[in-house]
Design a protein around this ligand. Structure first.
Ligand code: ZN
Length: 107
């Protein structure tokens, strides 16, 4: 049984929320985590640890952003934010790139 529009929009909201949390919390936590890791592991190259933690954070942000781009339209089941490989701008994508269904619209 296909999910309702509301359930699918909830999934988009969840993906957006997760990406925002990973971005903001990660930005605030990179330096404390790197400092803590360098101290616990007794690594004397703080810059290396910071680079490794920051890289992990960026990969996490990229993963969660990618999950948003893979969201499928509840109406036409095409990728919501791209049409035939042509991406829409994230900040202004308020409707489906294929069928025009407005974001969070009901059936
Ligand atoms: Zn659509």
């Amino acid at each position: 049984m296909p999910l309702s529009y509301e359930e699918q929009w909830s999934e988009l909201r969840r993906r957006n929320r997760n990406a925002l949390i990973v971005f903001v919390v990660g930005m605030l936590a990179v330096i404390p985590i790197a400092t803590w890791l360098a101290r616990v592991a007794e690594i004397h190259g703080d810059a290396f640890v910071l680079l490794a933690v920051a890289t992990a954070w960026l990969l996490a942000v990229a993963f969660f952003a990618f999950r948003i781009t893979r969201f499928r339209c509840p109406r036409c089941n095409s990728l919501y934010f791209s049409h035939h490989g042509e991406r829409m701008s994230f900040g202004h994508a308020r409707k489906c790139a294929s069928c025009g269904l407005r974001v969070y619209a009901q059936a």
